[in-house]
Write a protein that binds this ligand. Structure first.
Ligand code: KIV
Length: 265
């Protein structure tokens, strides 16, 4: 079993094979994803909402990301593991950026780190790449800027904003990132950016023209019935299925039908 590397991902773009990516925060789902052939596992800071109950990604700490990256890493997946640099763990000082990314790689076991932002993050990306760290960019609807955007709004709709995003993608590519996530931008713009870059793009809410797609695992499994953005395809309805299972268990315990004689020692 050959592990996926930045080279594999680049070859996939070059040969036109799409990259399938999912977020993951724990050991057992990572093992299952790997068995399913997922190419890239993202220990995203969506962890904050999906697993830790925060309203945004902003409170997620470096310790949180390292802890969950370790759990994913213990699954020893063939998939390439990318971990999100938490809000304010980069772009503050070069030394802090390097230290945070270094810990994510050394302690967490990530293969690469991801940071949000275009031009503003290019120097941090270059610093990390120059120090031997594989870096993924992330532009468009970058959730760490939710307060600046005034909500989770599609970005790059105006001509000016689209040109700015296209320029940001080129700047990040020049800084040495191996791939860029395009989130929440018009499909046509994502396709244009993808066509202009040599490195692969991974889209979420950015249409079919990207080199790959990523979804938040809890969302694609239908864990939250309230969350249904247009781009989301639900592959399961785990909310309903878990609710039913928990109700059944509770009923069986209260009726004394669990455990049965066969379930006793
Ligand atoms: O944190 C995350 O899950 C992400 C993806 C949505 C790309 O950054």
């Amino acid at each position: 079993m050959k592990r996926i590397t930045v080279k594999t991902l680049q070859n996939m773009k070059d040969s036109g094979e799409k990259i399938a990516a999912l977020t993951c925060y724990s050991y057992q789902p990572a093992k299952i994803m790997d068995q399913a052939g997922i190419d890239l596992i993202l220990v995203g800071d969506s962890l904050g909402m999906a697993e830790l109950g925060y309203e945004t990604t902003l409170p997620v700490s470096l310790e949180d990301i390292i802890h969950h990256t370790k759990a994913v890493k213990r699954a020893r997946p063939r998939a390439f593991i990318v971990s999100d640099m938490p809000f304010m763990s980069y772009n503050v000082t070069p030394a802090a950026t390097l230290e945070a990314a270094g810990r994510m790689i050394k302690e967490g076991g990530a293969d690469a780190v991801k940071l949000e932002g275009g031009k503003i993050s290019a120097d941090s990306a270059k610093l990390l790449v120059d120090n031997g760290i594989a870096v993924m960019g992330h532009i468009g609807l970058t959730p760490q800027s939710v307060n600046k955007f005034g909500g989770y709004r599609v970005q790059g709709r105006s001509e000016e904003a689209a040109a700015e995003l296209a320029a940001a993608a080129k700047i990040l590519e020049a800084s040495g990132v191996f791939s860029i996530v395009l989130e929440g931008i018009p499909a046509k713009l994502a396709e244009e950016i993808t066509g202009k870059l040599l490195i692969p793009t991974i889209g979420i809410g950015a249409g079919a023209g990207c080199d790959g797609q990523v979804l938040v695992v809890n969302d694609m499994l239908g864990m939250d019935p309230e969350f249904s953005p247009k781009f989301l395809r639900r592959y399961e309805n785990l909310y309903e299925r878990m609710l039913e299972a928990f109700k059944e268990f509770s009923k069986d315990v209260k009726n004394s039908t669990y455990p049965s004689a066969e379930e006793e020692y």
